[in-house]
Design a protein around this ligand. Structure first.
Ligand SMILES: CC(C)(COP(=O)(O)OP(=O)(O)OC[C@H]1O[C@@H](n2cnc3c(N)ncnc32)[C@H](O)[C@@H]1OP(=O)(O)O)[C@@H](O)C(=O)NCCC(=O)NCCS
Length: 248
C-alpha cells in the first residue's frame, strides 16, 4: 500500500487500460473538513447537509473531493476547476471533459474514487460487519444459482459481500445502477481476483464485454472495480491520508 499520488504513469499519463483507485479513511481528513467542503458544489452541499450522521457526511465529502483530486491530477487541472456532475441515472461524470471512466463509493468511514482514461468503470466498497439476516440479503443480491452455490459453500458473509461489491461495481460501470436488478447479474462465486460475469441484464450484454477485479488493499473492507472492457484490468489502489495532495 502506497500513499497517493505515486501512481504509475506513462509520460505523466495513466496507461489507457489502467484503473486508478484512491481511497481514504475519512477520519484521516477530519482536520481538513473545511477545505473539503470548499470544493463541493451547491447540490453536493445540499446532499451533505441532509446526511444526518456527521461521520457519513464527512465520508461523502471525502469521496467527492477524492474524485476531484484524482481527476485534476490526471487532466492537469486545478481541483476547483473539476466540475463533477451526475447524469439523470446518478452516474458521475466530469462536465466538459472526455473522461468516460469515473466512479465513487462511500461506506462507513471509507471513501473511494476511481478513474480510467478510456472506458466506463465502477467502484464499490462495503464495510458492513457480519450480521444476522444474511439470508434475506442474499435473496435480494444473488441469482438463484448463486444462492445455491453460496449455501452449499457455507453461507459466509464475506462471500456475500464479494458478490455484492462485484455486482455493484459492474452495475455502476454500466450506469444502470441497482435498479437493473442485482439478481439478473450472475457472477458465480467471484473468489478469484478478476473475471467476467456469467450472465448480465440485457442492457449490458455481452457478459465478456465486462470485467471485474477485486481490490484486496483496503483493510476492513470488501471492494471491487469493474470496467466496460473484455480485460484484462490493471487496477492500482492507493491510500490518501491527508488532503494536502493537490488541495488548493
Ligand atoms: C449506484 C448504487 C448501486 C450505489 O449504491 P450504494 O452502495 O448505496 O452507494 P455507494 O457509496 O457505493 O455509491 C454511491 C455512488 O454511486 C454513484 N451512482 C449512483 N447511481 C449510479 C448509476 N446509475 N451508475 C453509476 N454510478 C452511480 C454515485 O456517484 C453515488 O455517489 P453519491 O451517492 O455520493 O452521489 C445505487 O445508488 C443505485 O443503484 N442508484 C441508482 C438509482 C436507483 O436504482 N435507485 C433505487 C435504489 S433501491
Amino acid at each position: 500500500m502506497t500513499d497517493a499520488p505515486a501512481t504509475p504513469t506513462v509520460d505523466g499519463r495513466l496507461h489507457p487500460t489502467e484503473i486508478v483507485v484512491w481511497w481514504a479513511d475519512s477520519a484521516d481528513w477530519a482536520a481538513d473538513a473545511d477545505s473539503l467542503l470548499a470544493l463541493l458544489t451547491e447540490p453536493e452541499m445540499d446532499r451533505h447537509a441532509r446526511l444526518r450522521r456527521p461521520a457519513d457526511a464527512l465520508t461523502y465529502a471525502c469521496a467527492h473531493v477524492l474524485l476531484r483530486l484524482l481527476t485534476a491530477r490526471e487532466l492537469g487541472l486545478d481541483p476547483g476547476a473539476v466540475e463533477l456532475v451526475a447524469d439523470p441515472g446518478g452516474k458521475p461524470r466530469i462536465a466538459g471533459k472526455r473522461l468516460p471512466g469515473v466512479s465513487l463509493s462511500h461506506s462507513g468511514r471509507l471513501a473511494c474514487a476511481a478513474l480510467c482514461p478510456t472506458t466506463d468503470i465502477g467502484v464499490d466498497v462495503e464495510t458492513s460487519p457480519s450480521r444476522a439476516g444474511s439470508d434475506r440479503l442474499a435473496e435480494r443480491v444473488l441469482s438463484p444459482g448463486e444462492i445455491e452455490e453460496w449455501r452449499s459453500g457455507g453461507s459466509a458473509w464475506q462471500d456475500l459481500m464479494v458478490a455484492w461489491t462485484v455486482k455493484e461495481a459492474l452495475l455502476k460501470a454500466s450506469g444502470l445502477g441497482i435498479a437493473a436488478g442485482m439478481k439478473a447479474l450472475h457472477v458465480g462465486a467471484p473468489s478469484t481476483a478478476t473475471g467476467h460475469p456469467l450472465t448480465v441484464p440485457e442492457a449490458m450484454a455481452p457478459p465478456e464485454g465486462w470485467t471485474y477485479s477485486r481490490l484486496f488493499h483496503i483493510p476492513g473492507a470488501t471492494a471491487a472495480v469493474a470496467a466496460a472492457s473484455p480485460g484484462p484490468l490493471m487496477a492500482s489502489c492507493f491510500r490518501t491520508r491527508r488532503a494536502e495532495r493537490g488541495m488548493p
